[in-house]
Design a protein. Structure first.
Length: 263
């Protein structure tokens, strides 16, 4: 699958998706919107992919939407704009969030606006010391609509999310790590190595068990403990009848590393 604004590489059960407009910090234009919709669907439907890494080319992760690009005709109605935006955001940020496999944002620089929200939609975020984040929408007279108002409070807590969204202020890497935006901060030269090490470790885990663990984690954010036990019992029964459990036990008895197939 060929793209103009993104690069997709699949190797050893890991899909690495790179936003590729480095000359403008990987800002999202109409073409990238369309390509992101397609690529997230492609990754979600590929049974060989067990982990996805999302990153940006050059010195930045993503500076949000490309405001230089005209998007709407002068006479377009509010209702039509709203319809288009719902379609775009559900096809990109929501589709990323709903991927069954673990997702890791590898943050090599600035992530603002929509770019920040794409990072928040990933399960894990690893950043270099030059990574910095800003909601930024209010700076342009806009309200955040690409998912951050829902995602950020679940990452940072409500009060910190209010501060960052209302002010539009930037937050630097170390502070981002402290408040939970980043799982880990690394020197720039170690970022790829650290991210790939984690992705490789996850990719070697039993994919069925990992997918069901992610399902339980996500559902657990919106349910009670009793419901979590119900879902957990259903998920565990699926795992216990899978070949991966038999492989794990056999490998342990034979004192070797297991080879999981997700079946």
């Amino acid at each position: 699958m060929d793209f103009e604004t993104i690069i997709l590489k699949k190797e050893k059960h890991i899909a690495t998706l790179t936003l590729n407009r480095p000359e403008i910090r990987n800002s999202i234009n109409l073409k990238m919107e369309t390509e992101l919709m397609k690529v997230f669907q492609d990754i979600g439907e590929d049974p060989d992919v067990r982990v996805m890494i999302l990153t940006g080319a050059g010195k930045g992760f993503c500076a949000g939407a490309d405001v230089r690009e005209p998007r709407y005709a002068p006479d377009i109605t509010i209702q039509e704009i709203s319809r288009i935006l719902r379609q775009i955001y559900k096809g990109t940020t929501l589709r990323l969030y709903n991927l069954e496999i673990p997702t890791i944002a590898m943050l090599n620089g600035v992530a603002t606006g929509w770019g920040f929200d794409l990072a928040l939609a990933c399960d894990i975020r690893i950043g270099s010391e030059s990574a910095r984040f800003g909601s930024a929408f209010v700076k342009l007279g806009l309200t955040p609509a690409t998912g951050g108002v829902w995602l950020m409070p679940r990452v940072t807590g409500f009060a910190k999310a209010c501060e960052l969204i209302f002010s539009g202020d930037f937050i630097e890497a170390k502070e981002a790590e402290r408040v939970g935006i980043l799982n880990k901060v690394t020197p720039a030269e170690e970022l790829v190595k650290e991210t790939m090490a984690l992705a490789t470790k996850i990719a070697a885990s039993p994919p069925l068990a990992v997918k069901l663990a992610k399902l339980q984690l996500r559902q657990g954010l919106q349910t009670n403990l009793e419901s979590a036990f119900e879902l957990g019992a259903n998920c565990q029964s699926i795992c216990m009848t899978s070949g991966d459990v038999r492989e794990a036990i056999t490998a342990m008895l034979e004192k070797r590393e297991p080879v999981f197939k997700g079946k």
